[in-house]
Design a protein around this ligand. Structure first.
Ligand code: KMH
Ligand code: ZN
Length: 305
């Protein structure tokens, strides 16, 4: 008897707000580039595309709906991938600014950061020194004194918008306490299952990226959330492929993309988001998993479609 293979959801986070244009010529910046990158990732096997926008003038992260609109328009006409819009924006923005695109476009899925943390981007100054725009260096320098603020009130506000519009969430947990916070909102009926838990490893200010960290996150989520969650893994930088592989072998979904890592190998920039999706897809298929389609992801996560 042939057994069904487990379906794994690949998310591609195509541009984000952490990396800056001078770090990689492959980082999509204009609406056209961002849309094309997401379409390429979806063609390569990503069921979900996690979207940020940038100001095409200088590549600065932007939550202005006018910067999202052409991207979303193009995506709707070219792919049925699930669109996941950020509420994280950039850690330098206020929560009010960060919520605007999700309130405006009412997507199927949105990110939600489950706690406050330090967000240390300054170590990237060791690797990158040449910047075309002064804001890039400033963003890295200023991160020495940066708190990524996600208070309980902030989380409640964002949950309120999502629940009013039937937008579900990718709950981003950068540390163990964030899983506790998610459990709190789940117990109160504000975070609705199946919970899509994105465990984030290897950011300075969050949990580390050792397999023991991953095990601890998994055990905590199992203990607190039981059968109510779908688990996904995101490793920052060089941790991207190794942690996605370990997580997938243990039953997780995976997230890749230039938002989380600019690399495809040591010292080798990824040429595109699609390249990272293809790499993880090859690994997943070698592990005898199947890649979930967008509709399969919708069903697993109970999205509105
Ligand atoms: N850059 C990721 C580690 C968000 O968009 O809400 C976090 C992120 C935040 O994806
Ligand atoms: Zn993001």
């Amino acid at each position: 008897m042939v057994k069904n293979k487990r379906k794994v959801i690949i998310t591609s986070a195509v541009t984000g707000a952490i990396h800056t244009p001078s770090m990689s010529k492959h980082l999509p910046v204009t609406p056209d580039e961002i849309a094309e990158a997401a379409i390429g990732a979806a063609k390569a096997g990503a069921a979900i595309v996690h979207m940020h926008a940038r100001d095409p003038k200088d590549g600065r992260p932007s939550q202005d709906p006018r910067h999202f609109e052409p991207i979303l328009e193009k995506l709707k006409n070219s792919t049925d991938a699930v669109i996941n819009i950020t509420t994280g924006g950039s850690p330098h923005m206020s929560v009010e600014e960060r919520m605007i695109p999700v309130a405006t476009f009412e997507p199927e899925l949105a990110s939600l950061n489950m706690g406050s943390m330090n967000f240390g981007l300054f170590p990237m100054l060791d690797r990158f020194q040449e910047f075309a725009h002064e804001w890039e260096r400033e963003a890295l320098e200023n991160s020495r004194d940066l708190v990524f603020k996600n208070t309980f009130a902030d989380i409640e506000k964002i949950l309120g918008i999502g629940n009013a519009n039937d937008t579900r969430f990718e709950f981003e947990c950068y540390d163990i306490s964030h899983v506790n916070n998610l459990n709190h909102f789940h117990q109160r009926g504000m975070a609705r299952g199946p919970l899509f838990v994105q465990s984030v490893f290897g950011l300075l200010g969050g949990i580390g990226a050792h397999p023991e960290d991953l095990m601890h996150m998994r055990r905590t989520a199992d203990r607190l959330l039981g059968d109510n969650y779908e688990w996904s893994i995101l490793g920052a930088g060089k941790n991207q492929m190794p942690l996605a592989t370990i997580g997938a072998a243990m039953g997780s979904h995976v997230r890749v993309g230039l938002e989380d890592s600019l690399w495809i190998g040591p010292g080798q920039l990824a040429a595109s988001n699609a390249e990272q999706v293809t790499r993880i897809r090859t690994i997943l298929e070698a592990l005898n998993f199947e890649v979930a389609s967008p509709d399969e992801a919708r069903e697993m996560l109970s999205l509105k479609g």
